[in-house]
Design a protein around this ligand. Structure first.
Ligand SMILES: Nc1nc2c(c(=O)[nH]1)N[C@H]1C(S)=C(S)[C@@H](COP(=O)(O)OP(=O)(O)OC[C@H]3O[C@@H](n4cnc5c(=O)[nH]c(N)nc54)[C@H](O)[C@@H]3O)O[C@H]1N2
Ligand SMILES: Nc1nc2c(c(=O)[nH]1)N[C@H]1C(S)=C(S)[C@@H](COP(=O)(O)OP(=O)(O)OC[C@H]3O[C@@H](n4cnc5c(=O)[nH]c(N)nc54)[C@H](O)[C@@H]3O)O[C@H]1N2
Ligand SMILES: [Mo]
Length: 771
C-alpha cells in the first residue's frame, strides 16, 4: 500500500509517496503555481552512500584528545564508537573547555541552513543547550545578508526593507511604471525560502509586470537573471560597480534640478552633504552619467535618459542581496536608497526601493502577521560574538580586535568548535585559508546527516537524521502557511534526530529538564503549533484549524499582509512615525559614520573601488560571480538529479562570454582550470552570450574535492573567493569580489564524485554491517 506523507523543505511543500519504507516519488502541493523540481531530489536522502551512519571519532583525537595533531583532520581515519561513548565524550569536552578556558572559547555560531523544520532546527537547539550550560561565542548576521542589514539598520532604523517587509510585489505589479532591477529577480533563487514555503509567487507577479508593459531596466552581468519574456532592457554592468551607476543617476537628477527637495527636507537627514558629494564639491568629481559610464562600462546616454525617467514616472528600484555580498557591499544598498530619495519616490504606491525580491521565494510575497513557530534559544549568559563571515579571522587571530557597527571587540580564544546543520567548507570564502584556520581549535564536533567536506575534517561526527526520518513543522514570517513535515521513513543506520542528540547531551550536562521542558517530539510540535494558533486568534482574530486537522491536511493558513507600501506612513507624517535612526529620518549623511571615520564606509553613499574588479584587472583576468545553484540548495542534495542536470562531465559549468572564451582558446564543453593567488579548481566551460564580457560564472555548492596535487576537481568557487569583510562597519562576506584567470586544462580529468567517495572510503573503517 502506498502511503501519502505531507512534508516540506526549504524549496517547497510536497507529498511523499512511500511504500514498504521506500520513497517512490514526490508530488508538489496542488496549490503551488510554480513548484521546484528539487522536491524530486529528496529521495536521495535515503541513499546511504554519503550518509554518516554511526558516530565516528578521528583516531588521533580518540588517542590524545586536545593534544592530538590537528593536521590529521581530513587525513586520519575515523573509528566508529557507540552512541553513549560519543555523547559522553562530547559532554565531557564541552565541560572541560568551559571550565578551563571559559564558555567564550566554545564557538557555536554554527551558521547553516540545515533542514527547514522549526523544531529540530539544529543550530537553534545547539544554542539552547549551550545557553543553559553557560553560553558560547555566536555570530551575528548571515552569509546571505550582512553588509546590507548593517547599513540599513543605521540609515533606515531597521532592516525590514531587506528582510521581506519592503513594499509587497502585488503593489509593484499593479502600480510601478519604471522598474530598475539591480541583480536578479529570478525563479532560480525564488525556489527557496528559509524555513519552508507553500506556494511560489514570484513568476506570477513578473507575468503581471510583463502584461502591464512596465518598462524594466535590468542591471546585471547576467541577462538570464530575469526571465526573457519580461522583455527587459539588459544593462550588462561590470560587477561591483552598481553604486557608481546609482550615484551617477542621482547626480544627473540633481544637476537637472529635478530632485524632490521637499521630500529630502522633510524625510531625510544629511542630504546637503550627499548632494554636495554628487555635485563633486568635496573631491572635484561630479557624479554624472559620463563618470558612471567610465566605471560601469555602460553607455552615458542611456544613464542620462533613465535618470529623468525615474523622476517623471512612478519608479521602483530593486536590489538583489547578491550586491551586498561584496567588498563595500554597504554602498549599493545605501546608494539605491539615496537615489530613490532624490527621486522622491519612497513611500508611494509602486515607488521607492526594496531589497532581495526573488532572492528568496517569500521576499515581496504577502508576509505573515502571526507568530512563526520556532524553538527558543533561551537567554544568552555571555555576550560573545563574531560577524558571521569572520570565522577564519577569529580562529587565526585569538585576542585580536575587530570592529562591527561602530564597536571594537576582540576575537575569543577558540578551543572547541561545534557545528550542527551547516557546511563551512561549502559556504566560507578562501577555503585554503579556512583549512589553515581549522587546524587551530583543540576539538571540532560536526553533527550532520552527510559526510560533507566539513564532517570529513572533524574530530567527532554525530549522525543526524534527515527531516524525512522524523516529525517536524515548517513556516516563517515570509510564508502564508504553516506546514506539516511528517516522518516518511525510519532513520538510516544509527542516525538520531537533532532533538534527541541535544536532549541526551543536555542530560549529561545536567540541564535536561530545562532543555526539554518535559515534552517529546510530538509534544513540542503540537505546542509550537498551538502557540502560533493562539497568537493568530488573539492578535488578529484569525482562526487556524486545530492541530489534528492541520496535521492531517498537511498545512494551515496564517494571517498575512498584502498590498503593503513601505514607509507610506512615515512619508505622510515623519514626526509621528519617526525612524529609529540618529535623526528619526532616512540618513543620507551620517554623523555616526563621520565620527567613526572608516575609510571603507564613508558618511554618505559613495562609490569606492573594491579590492578586485575589472577596472583594475590584468588583461587576461575575469570577474568571478559565484551565484546560487539552480538545481540544489547550496551543497545540499548535490548528487541528486536536479543538481546533476546542471553539471557537465561531473563538474560544475563555468559560464563565459563566447568572445572571452575564444580569446583564451576555450571551446564549449572543454575542461578548464580557474585560478588566482588563493587557489585553483576545474570546471567545464559553457559558452553563453547572456554573460557580460569580462565575467565568469560558477555556481556554489559543488562538494570540495581537493586533489593531492593540482586544482580542486569539482568546481568549488570558494577555493578562489576573497575572505575579507565588506567594510570595518558591516564585516559582511565579500564572495562576489573576485578576479580569476581561466585556461584550457589538459591534465587530471578524474571524475570528482567518484574521487570524493574514494577519498571518503580511505577515511572510514571497514564495518561488517555499515547500516
Ligand atoms: N562563493 C560564494 N559562497 C557563498 C555564497 C555565495 O553567493 N558565493 N552564498 C552564501 C550564502 S547566501 C549562504 S546562505 C551559505 C550557505 O551555506 P550553508 O547553509 O552552510 O550550506 P548548506 O549546504 O545548506 O549546509 C547545510 C548543512 O546542513 C546539513 N543538514 C541538512 N539537514 C539537516 C538536519 O536536519 N540536521 C543537521 N544537523 N544537519 C542537516 C546538510 O547536510 C548541510 O551539510 O553559503 C554562502 N557561500
Ligand atoms: N536554487 C537555489 N536558490 C537559492 C539558493 C540556492 O542555494 N539554490 N540559496 C538561497 C539563499 S541562502 C540566498 S541568500 C539567496 C541569494 O539570493 P541572491 O543574492 O539574489 O542570489 P545570487 O544567485 O547569489 O545572485 C543573484 C545575481 O546577482 C548578480 N550579481 C552578482 N554580483 C553583482 C553585481 O555586482 N552587480 C549586479 N548588478 N549584479 C550582480 C548575479 O548575476 C547573480 O546571478 O538565494 C536563495 N535561493
Ligand atoms: Mo543565503
Amino acid at each position: 500500500m502506498i502511503h501519502r506523507i505531507p512534508h516540506c523543505s526549504h524549496w517547497g511543500a510536497y507529498t511523499l509517496l512511500v511504500e514498504d519504507g521506500r520513497i517512490l516519488g514526490a508530488e508538489p502541493l496542488p496549490e503551488d503555481p510554480a513548484p521546484s523540481d528539487i522536491i524530486h531530489s529528496v529521495a536521495e536522502w535515503a541513499n546511504p552512500e554519503r550518509r554518516v551512519l554511526r558516530p565516528m571519532i578521528r583516531e588521533g583525537w580518540l588517542a590524545r584528545r586536545e593534544g592530538s595533531d590537528r593536521r590529521g583532520r581530513g587525513n586520519e581515519r575515523f573509528m566508529a564508537v557507540p552512541w553513549d561513548e560519543a555523547l559522553d565524550l562530547v559532554a565531557t569536552e564541552i565541560a572541560r573547555v568551559a571550565e578551563t578556558h571559559g564558555n567564550a572559547s566554545i564557538f557555536a555560531g554554527s551558521y547553516g541552513w540545515t533542514s527547514c523544520g522549526r523544531f529540530h532546527h539544529a543550530s537553534s537547539l545547539l544554542k539552547r543547550m549551550l545557553n543553559l550550560a553557560g553560553g558560547f561565542t555566536g555570530h551575528v548576521d548571515t552569509y546571505s545578508i550582512a553588509a546590507g542589514p548593517v547599513i540599513l539598520r543605521h540609515v533606515l532604523g531597521d532592516d525590514r526593507a531587506c528582510s521581506g517587509q519592503a513594499s509587497t510585489l502585488d503593489d509593484i505589479a499593479a502600480h510601478t511604471e519604471t522598474l530598475v532591477v539591480f541583480g536578479a529577480m529570478s525563479p532560480r533563487t525564488a525556489q527557496i525560502e528559509a524555513g519552508g514555503i507553500g506556494a511560489h509567487y514570484l513568476t506570477g507577479y513578473l507575468r503581471q509586470i510583463a502584461d502591464r508593459g512596465v518598462r524594466v531596466v535590468h542591471v546585471s552581468p547576467l541577462r538570464d537573471d530575469l526571465p526573457d519574456w519580461l522583455g527587459a532592457e539588459w544593462w550588462p554592468i561590470r560587477p561591483n560597480t552598481d553604486a557608481a551607476l546609482m550615484l551617477g543617476l542621482a547626480g544627473e537628477i540633481v544637476a537637472a534640478g529635478r530632485q524632490d527637495a521637499g521630500f529630502l527636507a522633510r524625510c531625510t537627514s544629511g542630504s546637503a552633504e550627499f548632494l554636495a558629494y554628487l555635485r563633486g564639491e568635496p573631491d572635484g568629481q561630479r557624479k554624472d552619467a559620463a563618470w558612471a559610464a567610465g566605471i560601469t562600462g555602460l553607455p552615458a546616454d542611456a544613464i542620462r535618459g533613465l535618470a529623468l525617467r525615474l523622476v517623471d514616472s512612478r519608479s521602483m528600484i530593486t536590489v538583489s542581496w547578491a550586491l551586498q555580498r561584496a567588498h563595500h557591499g554597504e554602498q549599493p544598498f545605501w546608494g539605491a536608497l539615496g537615489l530613490a530619495a532624490v527621486a522622491g519616490q519612497i513611500g508611494l504606491s509602486g515607488g521607492g526601493v526594496g531589497y532581495g525580491y526573488g532572492s528568496l521565494g517569500g521576499v515581496g510575497a504577502p508576509f505573515a502577521l502571526g507568530r512563526s513557530p520556532g524553538m527558543s534559544q533561551g537567554v544568552r549568559p555571555i555576550d560573545s560574538f563574531i560577524p558571521v563571515a569572520r570565522i577564519s579571522d577569529m580562529l587565526l587571530n585569538p585576542g585580536a580586535p575587530f570592529t562591527y557597527q561602530g564597536e571594537t571587540r576582540t576575537y575569543p580564544d577558540t578551543r572547541l568548535v561545534y557545528w550542527a546543520g551547516g557546511n563551512p567548507f561549502h559556504h566560507h570564502q578562501d577555503l585554503n585559508r579556512l583549512s589553515e584556520a581549522w587546524t587551530r581549535p583543540e576539538t571540532i564536533i560536526v553533527q550532520d546527516p552527510m559526510w560533507t567536506a566539513t564532517a570529513r575534517r572533524a574530530d567527532i561526527v554525530l549522525p543526524a537524521s534527515t527531516s524525512i526520518e522524523r516529525n517536524d513543522l515548517a513556516g516563517n514570517k515570509r510564508c502564508d502557511l504553516i506546514l506539516a513535515m511528517r516522518q516518511a521513513i525510519t532513520p538510516l543506520g544509527q542516525a538520531r534526530s537533532d532533538f534527541d542528540i541535544f536532549d541526551a547531551l543536555a542530560q549529561r550536562l545536567d540541564v535536561g529538564p530545562a532543555f526539554n521542558e518535559g515534552r517529546d517530539e510530538m509534544g513540542w510540535i503540537r505546542h509550537l503549533y498551538e502557540e502560533s494558533r493562539t497568537y493568530a486568534l488573539q492578535a488578529h482574530d484569525f482562526a487556524m484549524p486545530d492541530f489534528e486537522t492541520f496535521w492531517g491536511r498537511g498545512h494551515a493558513p496564517v494571517p498575512v499582509q498584502r498590498n503593503y507600501i513601505y514607509l507610506e506612513e512615515f512619508r505622510a507624517d515623519p514626526d509621528g512615525h519617526a525612524l529609529a535612526t540618529e535623526s528619526g529620518r532616512i540618513v543620507l549623511g551620517s554623523r555616526t559614520l563621520a565620527r567613526l571615520g572608516h575609510d571603507d564606509c564613508p558618511p554618505h553613499p559613495a562609490w569606492l573601488p573594491p579590492a578586485e574588479w575589472l577596472g583594475k584587472a590584468g588583461a587576461d583576468e575575469l570577474h568571478l560571480i559565484s551565484h546560487q545553484p539552480r538545481g540544489r540548495l547550496h551543497s545540499q542534495l548535490e548528487s541528486a538529479a536536479a543538481s546533476m542536470a546542471d553539471k557537465r562531465d561531473g563538474r560544475e559549468q563555468l559560464r563565459l562570454n563566447p568572445a572571452d572564451a575564444q580569446a583564451r582558446g576555450i571551446a564549449d564543453g572543454a575542461t578548464v582550470r580557474l585560478w588566482n593567488a588563493r587557489g585553483a579548481c576545474l570546471a567545464t566551460a559553457t559558452l553563453c552570450a547572456d554573460t557580460a564580457r569580462g565575467v565568469a560564472v560558477l555556481p556554489t555548492g559543488a562538494w570540495l574535492t581537493p586533489a593531492a596535487e593540482g586544482p580542486e576537481l569539482s568546481g568549488n568557487p570558494n577555493v578562489l573567493t576573497l575572505d575579507i569583510g565588506s567594510s570595518a562597519f558591516g564585516q559582511g562576506c565579500s564572495a562576489h569580489t573576485c578576479l580569476i584567470r581561466v585556461a584550457p586544462h589538459a591534465g587530471d580529468n578524474r571524475d570528482p564524485m567518484r574521487t570524493y567517495q574514494s577519498q571518503l572510503a580511505d577515511l572510514l573503517p571497514d564495518l561488517e554491517d555499515p547500516l
